[in-house]
Write a protein that binds this ligand. Sequence first.
Ligand SMILES: COc1cc(O)cc(Nc2ccc(C(=O)Nc3ccccc3)c(OCCC[NH3+])c2)c1
Length: 338
Amino acid sequence: MVVEEYSEVARHYRIKETVGSGGFAKVKRAVHLPTGEIVAIKIMDKAALGSDLPRVKTEIEAMKNLHHHHICRLYQVIETSRKIFMILEYCSGGELFDYIVQRDRLSEGESRTFFRQIVSAVAYMHNLGYAHRDLKPENLLIDDEQNLKLIDFGLCAKPKGGMSDHLYTCCGSPAYAAPELIAGKSYMGSEADLWSMGVLLYALLNGFLPFDDDNIGMLYRKIKAGKYDTPDWLSPDSLILLKQLLQVDPKRRITVDKLLNHSWITNDIGVPVEWHSKHQMSVLDEDVVTEMSVHRKVSRETMKAELEKWNYDYLTAAYFLLLKKKTSGRPVRLQMTL
Ligand SMILES: COc1cc(O)cc(Nc2ccc(C(=O)Nc3ccccc3)c(OCCC[NH3+])c2)c1
């Protein structure tokens, strides 16, 4: 539903400083007043979006189906005459990109911990028929429990005919883009994601990119050649995995299902990556329903029926944020009128 300027947002949120701004969006930290929880609000100007508006709608629809502990959660969408607000999970640790830069490079063990979380999120997406298509350290944020959260699904695609359908739009960031994508050929989103994961793993282990050049033409040539330096700190197992991910021929490239129990992935940990979501949406949390129905002075059945519509309105936001309070061990309490 479309409401007037900022009214709906100001009613439930206290907007604070900007934590990021890109193309046609600005992301600000905010407080969800009824629960006191911190959120991130992505603010987009519909006029500035222009022909990109459908991409935002695609992302919002995708986010409503993607519920995973390593994917940043969408809590609420508010549309006014001029703006779209996406109320999102706040990731206090900032970007994985900055985390790597601050440490030069990560140890194999720490790279493995993070990479397993990325594999979990991507396997979940691919098994639901989605491809992200813009995987890079800037789109992986760290939360207050050192967990990675995948963000920015503006380019994610769910081809009509499922994952076998070929995609054409050339998108994402050049340094992470697969050879077939920059060659302008039709490509599989899932295969392109696996290439980007190879670039990501290389960046984790080395602190710099496998293919880099200030000249875009040179960069494209390096990507298509698929040749990269192998510093002497890389273990033989790391080299094997990088080779399987950074395969120029997408048909020879490893798939995410093969990654789940890959020897480098299970090294020192012993168990394969669990990709199923820890969030389950089918059963509503009883404590949260109780707090909300008492607070709203309606029966539990009425509150459950309202919540099960998953309108991504103020009720959905209150539900998710109360649930987050509960899982973080804080009291499941609403502080003010919803
Ligand atoms: C589904 O998740 C999405 C979708 C989307 O389109 C955009 C975002 N963007 C976000 C979400 C959260 C943050 C955030 O919490 N940032 C942050 C917090 C504390 C310190 C530093 C950063 C966000 O940050 C924007 C800058 C990251 N490049 C973007 C999530």
